[in-house]
Write a protein that binds this ligand. Structure first.
Ligand code: DON
Length: 309
């Protein structure tokens, strides 16, 4: 899919770019702190194969929490809905993505949803395969099928950097293990989860993931069902209710489309039956969402009447 640069999108990006100075890079993962704070780019992918873009859409960034959507899809394919939702809930938390507090205060002690770190760690532990590399490989393969391209990989430097600073995630994994939500070694699931977060795509790749979900799991070019519609529907629903963390309600009001953010500054959005959107803008607001990316989504939603509500 060739992505053509688009003048209208370029104008919107220029307007939103001024907001990058309001944000900060995620420096709790040291390797992410190297990102260019002032950058912002976007791609929109449509079912007819057309794609429009603005900014540097070729540079790859790590998915971080956006990977949680693809991991959830694979865990659902591997285990079925019943198994997954016995171990992870369906409710938004209103807390930051790395908060541990509700794990203890709710009963049973299962993570409230698969988009917070605790829930995503539980989901990663459900990905089947023999060893970390095979399980990660299956996730990468699914990503390649979704975007219809080979050559997806993960950034070892970012993964290593996060592994060295992931003690909060480790503590959640220990908690989950104590309560039999996960069974495997904490270090194994943390390594898998961290490498999964370091899978890299460019903006076009993100837009294509959004597009496949928008098309209910059907590949727009080949007509092949990559994901069952039910799985795509579950993913999109979590994107609406929990995809932008404790800003998901506000995002639903202001933008009105299923979307998932990550601390690398990515936003992957899915406009049902219409298009997929991929954005990278590493300057983050205090809730971990791309500050200029959010503004750009608001502008695009108004201009192209994207809200589904
Ligand atoms: O576990 C972490 O902290 C990161 N690998 C992913 C967090 C993330 O992207 C949250 N996003 N807003």
């Amino acid at each position: 899919m060739d992505c053509r640069s688009d003048e209208e999108l370029y104008q919107l990006v220029q307007e939103s770019k001024v907001h990058t100075i309001e944000g900060k890079v995620a420096d709790y993962i040291p390797a992410l702190a190297k990102a260019d704070l002032s950058s912002l780019s976007v791609a929109m992918a449509f079912p007819d194969g057309s794609c429009y873009s603005a900014g540097d859409i070729e540079t790859k960034s790590t998915l971080q929490s956006i990977s949680k959507v693809i991991a959830l899809a694979l865990a659902l394919l591997d285990n079925g809905e019943e198994y997954v939702f016995q171990r992870v809930g369906m409710e938004p938390t209103g807390d930051p993505f790395n908060s541990i507090i509700k794990l203890e205060t709710i009963a049973p002690h299962k993570p409230l949803n698969p988009m917070i770190n605790a829930g995503a760690i539980a989901v990663s532990s459900m990905i089947k395969g023999d060893g970390i590399e095979e399980r990660l490989g299956r996730l990468i393969q699914l990503t390649e099928l979704i975007i219809g391209e080979e050559g997806v990989g993960y950034n070892e430097e970012v993964a290593q950097s996060e592994l060295e600073t992931a003690d909060l995630n480790r503590s959640m994994a220990y908690y989950l293990k104590q309560h039999s939500i996960i069974e495997e070694d904490v270090e194994t699931v943390i390594e898998l989860y961290t490498k999964q977060c370091a899978i890299e795509l460019n903006c076009t790749g993100l837009a294509k993931v959004g597009l496949l979900l928008a098309m209910d799991g059907k590949h727009p070019a080949t007509g092949e069902m990559i994901l069952p519609p039910r799985v795509a529907s579950i993913c999109k629903t979590f994107m609406v209710t929990c995809g932008m963390y404790n800003a998901s309600g506000e995002f639903a009001i202001r933008v009105g489309v299923p979307a998932k953010s990550g601390v690398s500054g990515g936003i992957m959005a899915s406009v049902p039956q219409r298009c997929g959107i991929g954005i990278f803008g590493p300057a983050l607001d205090d809730r971990g969402n791309s500050v200029a990316g959010w503004d750009l989504m608001e502008k695009m939603s108004k201009k192209y009447d994207l809200s589904m509500f």
